[in-house]
Design a protein around this ligand. Structure first.
Ligand code: AR6
Length: 169
């Protein structure tokens, strides 16, 4: 597996087949990642979401990417920290379920944001460890995926991810 880490905007990953949305249960636009993705994708993404919503914490569903420069959006509903339990397990499920969808759709590249670490309040360092460990546990079962990219918004988050990646994967 080729792991990459970049600082930037998840909705601007031109060379990636599937981007992951830090979604809400209704699969509609919102703040942060969901806002950026829905703005770039256009209103059809919310219409596609209506047909699949609501989703549960830990779940992942896939749609077309419409006006985004990608083929697919994989929508993951992370746990709201302090409300959805067990939070660690539900967050790990998001990453595992996203990987399962890449296998099902023969996707070769995926980009993840740091799910649940914004509006949903998950502590960043703990969320990073859960994400990397969940991916590490499941990548060996995949036959299509070649690249996993992490897209971090702030410089501090990017630095933290790079260090954690070097230690874990
Ligand atoms: N690209 C990459 N990362 C980003 C971007 C971006 N454009 N914007 C923010 N981040 P969040 P959540 C970072 O809040 O915690 C929404 O309103 C951000 O700094 O997008 O899963 C939905 O509608 C943080 O580290 O997702 C839901 O209701 C991380 O991405 C709710 O927020 C996740 O922040 C989901 O909350």
């Amino acid at each position: 597996m080729n792991y990459e880490c970049v600082q930037g905007d998840i909705s601007k990953q031109k060379d990636i087949e599937a981007i992951v949305n830090a979604a809400n249960a209704r699969l509609q636009s919102g703040g942060g990642v969901a806002g950026a993705i829905h703005r770039q994708a256009g209103p059809e993404l919310a219409k596609a979401g209506q047909e699949l919503a609501p989703i549960e914490p830990g779940q992942a569903v896939i749609t077309n990417a419409f006006n985004l420069p990608n083929d697919y959006v994989i929508h993951c509903l992370g746990p709201v920290y302090g409300r959805d339990e067990p939070a660690d397990q539900l967050l790990a499920d998001c990453y595992r379920n996203a990987l399962d969808l890449t296998e099902k759709h023969k996707i070769e590249s995926i980009a993840f944001p740091a799910i649940s670490t914004g509006a949903f309040g998950f502590p960043f360092e703990q969320a990073t460890d859960i994400a990397l460990n969940s991916l590490a546990e499941h990548v060996s079962k995949l036959s299509h995926l070649k690249t996993i990219r992490f897209v971090l918004f702030s410089d501090e988050d990017y630095q933290h991810y790079q260090n954690a990646l070097a230690k874990t994967l």
